[in-house]
Structures are given as C-alpha cells and as structure tokens.
Design a protein around this ligand. Structure first.
Ligand code: ZN
Length: 148
C-alpha cells in the first residue's frame, strides 16, 4: 500500500548480511564453502574492531564470518559469553544518518551514533541487542567509492 499523503522514503532495503562469530576463520571458511558450494569472495581485517572477516554471497545477501584478532575484540567477548553462532543481522540502508535519527526517536539504543568504518566498504552503526529482542542489529550503508 502506498500512502501518498505521508510518503516514507526511509525503508531498510534488504538483509545485507548475517554476521556469524567463529573461533577459527580458516576452518569456518572450509565449512561454509561446503555448505554454500562456493568460496568466500573476500577476506578483510578491520583493525579498529579487532576482527578478521570473510564474505560469502548468497543471492542478494551475504554471510560474514568474524574471527577475533585480539582478546579485547567484541567477537572474542561474544564467543567467551555465548560461544560461536549468529552475532548480528545487518540491514542495508540508503541514509544511515537518517536511520540512526529515526531509530533513536523510536526508542532504540544506538551503540555508535556516529557511523564508523566497517568491512566491505560500508559505514556502519549498531543497535544494542537489549533494545531489539536480544539481536544485535547493524545498519550499513555503502560508502561512495572514491576510485572514480
Ligand atoms: Zn556485519
């Protein structure tokens, strides 16, 4: 249904990826290669977050495997507390600043109100799992490519 009198242009576009915390990225890559019958298309380290990631494409979405690179990494803490498993769900948004503002006004707890650099050429922000039924939510917006 289209509401012409109150057009809402801000909608989340799709599930961009699902993040999975793993202890051993190399082994997990082999496992997901078997599962998805394809290899990961990139490995990327995000030094500021203390993670090494790999990405698999699954149709319109991706799987992001995350391994901690140090004990202070959020992934190390997550695994220590909960073990390996689904770590976050990431939604693609067109305007991350507008989404942060909207979600804040809806009562969600934003972990970083200033979007930060994520893996895979993205600007990212996270919502505290306490405000979203125990699920860590990531918002991500494709960054402008500056290689033009
Ligand atoms: Zn992610």
């Amino acid at each position: 249904m289209i509401w012409l009198n109150r057009i809402k242009l801000i909608v989340m576009q799709k599930i961009e990826h699902i993040g999975i915390a793993v202890k051993d990225l190399e082994n997990a890559n082999l496992l997901f290669k078997k599962l998805l019958n394809q290899t990961h298309y990139k490995i990327e380290e995000v030094v500021s977050e203390g993670v090494k990631t790999s990405f698999f494409k699954v149709g319109e979405s991706k799987i992001e495997l995350l391994q901690a690179t140090n004990n202070e990494s959020p992934i190390a803490k997550f695994i220590a507390k909960k073990g390996e498993g689904v770590h976050h769900i990431a939604f693609a948004v067109t305007d991350i600043y507008a989404e942060i503002k909207r979600l804040k006004s809806e009562g969600f707890t934003i972990l970083n109100e200033k979007p930060k650099e994520g893996a895979d050429n993205k600007l990212v922000a996270f919502l505290h799992p306490k405000s979203s039924n125990g699920v860590l939510i990531e918002l991500c917006q494709e960054k402008e490519r500056n290689d033009k």
